[in-house]
Design a protein around this ligand. Sequence first.
Ligand code: SF4
Ligand code: ZN
Length: 755
Amino acid sequence: MSRYIATRALRGANSLVSEAEVMLQKALQEKGPETPVSFPNTAYYLPTISGMTGINVETLGQLKEVLGQARTLLHPLPSENHWTPYLGETLDSGMATLLAAETIEAVRFVYGLQPEACPGFLLAGGTSYGPEDGKDHLNGPIDDIQLRSWGIQLVDGRMPGFAAIVGCAKSNAVAVKLVRELQRRNILTFLSGNVNGRSIIHQLQEEGVELGYDTYTVPFGTDTLSAIYALGFATRSALTFGGLKPGMAHEILLYNKERVFAFVLALGEVDDLKYAAAAGAINYGFPVIADTVIPEILPTGVTTYEHVVSMPFDEIAGKDDLDKAEQLIQKCIEVRGVKVKVSNVDVPVPYGSAFEGEVVRKADLRVEFGGKHSRCFEFLHMAKLDEVTDGKVEIVGPNFSGVAAQGSMDLGIVAKVAGRQMQADFEPVLERQIHYFVNGASGIQHIGQRDITWIRVSNVAAEKGFDLEHFGKILHARFHEDFGAIVDKVEVMIVTDPKGHTEWLEKARAAYDFRNKRLADLTDDKVDEFYSCTLCQSFAPNHVCVVSPERLGLCGAYNWLDCKASYSINPTGPNQPIKLGKLQDFVKGYWEGTNEYARIGSHGAVQEVSMYSIMENPMTACGCFECIVMLIPEANGVMVVSREDTAMTPAGMTFSTLAGIAGGGLQTPGVMGVGKFYLISPKFISADGGFKRVIWMSSVLKESMADEFKAVCEREGDPDLLDKIADERNVTEVEDLLAWLEAHNHPALVMDPMF
Ligand code: SF4
Ligand code: ZN
């Protein structure tokens, strides 16, 4: 370790720990040691402190012990003629810095100073601080819910890692370019820090860049300390997905080093505190790349020295600043070894998954297809190889140049694909990708599917030349790229001509009907194999989803047909057929094949898995579940809590607390994580009495799936059942729940005891 870096990091750590001590002392006097402290929407207490020390801080008083530990990690500054390596001491001081930084942020929360106020700022998605939240603030720490939903993308490779940017870029244009380069690669970007009061967050805001969860760019705060939230995120990744426990500091750091592809990009001058924080990040194996001169580090951008890279911005080879910004990101990626996949889609607007969440507002609208005033559908069908001209994009009818500003027109997207491995069963799987593919274009918003598709094109996109043919170009490129194993040829027709539109819509609807019937007929007893999904094992090493026609994966993203298609695309991939073999118990859902697979797939952690019971050998969960189903013993039934529900449940815990119990790849009788469409399956906890056991359900589920649940209630022979199920609007405690069930005559009260 360079003496220069060591000296400055040690100095930064020493002064931050002292600052934290003073601040805590004052808070203890003013507020008292019993004052609760927490970060919002997390079950992991103060996550870095919990992970590194095992102390689960709930009150101000407990922070004294934390700072005591931080102090023991401090070292005196190296003397002028002292030549031993300082790596150990520097890393220690980095750790002390993290403990002190998280302590300070926690104290600031107590005083209402976090998240940082930012009047008039609207987060795109982002942490919500209650129902009245107008989002006049930066994000602060990341929610558990968001952490988990990104978890899926981190494992399936859609999101290669994260970048923590600290400081301020050379210019606003450079700031935007840096972020766009990261977004293009779907790398999550965390923003914090400033240089002389000016932060990259200000720069991006001034340029109108949408910041928030939806665009993969999270503004933590404009000071350096808020960068601690990035390490809190990393720590929770290891706890959530790696099955590690608080206090397993060494394992948590190692997990991050090996599995979390993250780096720190320090923009502008690096002060003592930044050196100290950088030393903290290096503990996690995250390298630090600075765009300034770091003394004693050769400023070539090629030499790495103990995880610190100096790449002075003006010395980067490149024709202009934007080019240099691109090179800088490229370098960061090389240094960390981040695996990225860039789509080469030939469209006149930026393209990448980071743009999927973009919203096109009415004021920015050039033209829309579908919605209130027009009809839009999309339809993908297979054909013989010689019937498809690969790459052909045909426009049937006028383009949108004649449509008035903010107007609408009818549109049909018809994709014809062929391939030796293609099967009719894959048509819906591929068709559903159109949503993601089209949404990847910046300035294009895609909602819905089939004949309720709704697409908006923004003014900016239209001005850049985005036209109808680009829908075809996107689909052609992405189907080849992502589904090359089953798709050899892709041809796309875009229909706006009224006659053609009507004709194709009819054909499409006939196909949708056919598929619906096929799906309804596809029951667990009609197939010889289920599929495994082990995608989440890189986070939750012993978790396996067993996916059957009537039970989809708990994240909701993979049903039986998806797994079947995925297996065809990638025969050695995460979805393997599970030959059912001998049936052991059809009521509880045991087969020789599923049990055997559960044992092997879980590396012996699970001996048997029941497909249809929550009480006996329930399926494990990794953390990505859409809903949690949990036994309420007093009520002889189960509650269903949605990931979107932040309110209190009758179990006395919120979703995020429950998630801590349900996840981790363990079997917990009475608790199960599920995909929401499993709730409407005839096989939903059918061994325990099925849907009639549901006595409480988050209202967001009741409302968003009202039609589906109505049909289920009819099927279960109790058409009014949905009205007998309580939700958080009327019941949040067990006593009230029991009264509600009595008053509404809920069937669970007279069913057999659940256990
Ligand atoms: Fe993870 Fe299960 Fe979803 Fe696969 S199906 S991605 S294992 S949650
Ligand atoms: Zn998962």
